[in-house]
Design a protein around this ligand. Structure first.
Ligand code: ADP
Ligand code: MG
Length: 176
């Protein structure tokens, strides 16, 4: 199976990817793969990021993905790719704000990402893929707990992780 680990920047994807590798899983770091294979296209000034052609990325990944065993694709574009399961990593928007501030992101970029997290943007984008979509609140999980939750999803224990299980609307009301 191909399992995509996606989420708003700062939600904890790379931390979880390291924990998965420690368990012996094959995890492809999409940012690294895109860089290595020269798949960065035009720089999008407004979004402060490079555009990537998803078809070219899918084609280039095919040769890296084994027929057997599970492989994890980690990155904030992974939910656009051919895969069987999408795991959307979520984080409380107020906590995310602090994490992105620590990363020295520009205020506008922090705001865009925190808003995107609060409004389920990546979860909604994931619904366009034919894969099974799950989400998990990673705000206060250890990496080991997060890995164990992902294994639950792969085993088919899905109820706790179905879209809608994470809801930041209460959090947003506090901002009013
Ligand atoms: P992403 O890859 O989604 O951008 P990272 O894994 O790089 O996110 O995590 C962003 C920051 O948040 C890092 O400083 C990381 O140490 C911290 N972090 C990640 N997951 C957690 C967690 N569950 N609890 C507390 N801090 C976390
Ligand atoms: Mg990362």
């Amino acid at each position: 199976m191909i399992i995509s680990i996606t989420g708003t920047p700062g939600t904890g994807k790379t931390t979880i990817a390291s924990a998965l590798r420690e368990k012996g899983e094959q995890v492809i770091d999409l940012n690294h793969h895109i860089e290595e294979k020269g798949l960065k296209e035009r720089f999008d000034k407004k979004r402060d990021t490079y555009n990537v052609d998803v078809d070219k990325l899918n084609a280039s990944l095919r040769s890296c993905i084994p027929e057997e065993n599970n492989v994890f694709l980690e990155g904030h574009l992974s939910h656009f790719l051919d895969c069987d399961i999408i795991v959307v990593i979520r984080c409380n928007p107020s906590v995310l704000y602090e994490r992105l501030k620590k990363r020295n992101y520009a205020p506008q970029k922090i705001l865009e990402n925190v808003q995107a997290e609060a409004l389920d943007v990546i979860l909604c984008e994931s619904a366009e893929n034919n894969a099974h979509v799950f989400e998990m609140d990673n705000t206060s999980c250890t990496p080991e707990q997060a890995v164990s939750m992902i294994y639950d999803m792969i085993r088919g224990e899905k109820e706790r992780y179905l879209p809608g299980s994470v809801n930041w609307s209460e959090e947003m009301i506090k901002w009013c």
